[in-house]
Design a protein around this ligand. Structure first.
Ligand code: ZN
Length: 193
């Protein structure tokens, strides 16, 4: 599955929109990505999971660990493709941890899988959860890397595609300057080119 196939899939699922968006950060952007709109289709989730599992297979991970909520579905699909276990970490009082009786054993071979890497912060935090439990983190993987290469991790990061969507302060937004209508993502459906 090459980059064009992926972009086409994302656009067909309205998971990648073109327009003029106000992001939750308050910044404006000509593009909006919502991975969940691809992963809502189990068939697509399985396809992406199989593709992401390929570079991880030779690492022979016993367990895929994902951060909730974004990493749940893709983590599960990657684990299915690898024949591994899928568990997740979730926040409790603002701290990411294993709950629900999930455990990792000493030196257990773990890969961290999520949907989108933005800054790498949640990836690092999830890796720390595994290491604190004594496991060894072999690699991280994500469907989309939006970090522009800044997500410096101390393990290899495997992604299906990197995507750089520009963001602007509203005062200097070129789309505002053109008078393009502003949309808050998720508030209504937007036509896709
Ligand atoms: Zn704008």
């Amino acid at each position: 599955m090459n980059r064009d196939d992926l972009l086409d899939l994302f656009r067909r699922c309205s998971a990648l929109l073109d327009g003029h968006f106000r992001l939750s950060s308050g910044l404006h952007s000509p593009g909006y990505l919502q991975c969940a709109l691809v992963l809502q289709h189990p068939r697509h989730a399985a396809t992406l999971g199989e593709a992401l599992a390929e570079p991880l297979r030779e690492l022979r991970p016993a367990t895929v660990l994902s951060p909730a909520l974004g990493g749940l579905i893709i983590g599960h699909e990657v684990a299915r493709a690898l024949g591994a276990r899928a568990i997740f970490a979730e926040r409790e009082d603002g701290v990411l941890r294993l709950r629900r009786g999930f455990t990792l054993t000493e030196a257990e071979r773990v890969v961290v899988v999520e949907d989108v890497v933005t800054t790498g912060g949640s990836t690092r935090e999830t890796m720390q959860v595994a290491r604190a439990a004594g496991a060894q983190v072999l690699a991280a993987a994500a469907v989309v890397d939006r970090s522009n290469g800044v997500s410096s991790l101390d393990v290899p990061l495997h992604v299906l595609m990197s995507l750089s969507l520009p963001t602007y302060e509203p005062a200097v937004c070129p789309l505002c300057a053109q008078g393009a209508p502003l949309t808050k993502p998720g508030s209504r459906q937007v036509a896709v080119r």
